[in-house]
Design a protein around this ligand. Sequence first.
Ligand SMILES: Cc1ncc(C[n+]2csc(CCOP(=O)(O)OP(=O)(O)O)c2C)c(N)n1
Ligand SMILES: [Mg+2]
Length: 320
Amino acid sequence: MTVGRDTLIDLWTRMVRIRRFEDRVATVAANNEADGFLHTYSGQEAVACGVLPPLRDEDWFTSTYRNHGHAIARNIPLDGLAGEVYGKANGVCRGKGGSMHVADQDYGMIGGMGIVAGGLPIATGVAYGYKYLGKDNVSAAFFGDGAVHQGAWHESLDFAALFECPVIFVCENNLYAESTYIEYHLNAESISAMAAPYGIPAVQVDGMDVLAVRDAMEEAIDRGRSGGGPSLIEAMTYRYGGQYEGDNQLYKPAKEEAWWREQDPLLRFRATVEGIIDSAELDAIDEQAAADVAAAFDIAIAAPWPDVSELTTDVYAPIA
Ligand SMILES: Cc1ncc(C[n+]2csc(CCOP(=O)(O)OP(=O)(O)O)c2C)c(N)n1
Ligand SMILES: [Mg+2]
């Protein structure tokens, strides 16, 4: 294995922090504790944790409304994220983003997007900027399988390829766009195949295997930094929750769900590191993650609501 023990521990830590955070979000939703829709990331942890750690802190990325996992994989503090789930003043956007629009420029996360495919043009523009300024940074854009039907998706790939922008398009193909199964919404043989007409190198990877995602990401990063332009990664994954918390998920066949539960990225990781990391050590990290999540939610619950005087703060750019 080319990845060292410390990196493996780090990847596990990020993945279990996501899972435990989303376990708690599911409870928050079930108890109707927060306003608005909550979209959990459980099942997709290996994608965020394969994609984000190999980036540099200064490499910016865009996200979707299913963005808690991306924020946690980027080490955005859990209390600030929990605050955003409730819309509290301690949130990373001071409560104005909400669960769907988590953004923290200090962490290079330039936003979760409620608009499907909304992040691709932005990440492409960022990459164009890096190239224009002669920087060797890369940007990344997460999107779901449902995003490929948006014009903005095609415009972004076309522009990025034409101008050789160092952007990495990361598809989290979880087989569903809301309740619509991929075979009902996609005619192409795969999403990675859709990059070919634009001349963009693309791979389809096992999105339940964090190391497979990481390998694909490292290759894409090398391409972007060395002037090779954009790349696309299609990570095959599955969301264990609904489109949103409270979705009854009647559209998911039980057998399909059971198969993907066997591919749980946490279980797959445990199998991969067997003999390298003791399972008691992994359990202890998981328990610590649950404790950290509980403490973060305590902080968020105790935090005040944003003051009305802040209504327009950080909403409009100041005019110089
Ligand atoms: C432009 C736009 N059209 C429609 C919607 C409504 N909508 C919200 S989520 C969703 C499905 C997206 O599925 P996918 O991209 O696969 O992401 P996933 O939820 O599976 O992560 C749709 C159509 C939207 N948010 N934005
Ligand atoms: Mg989807």
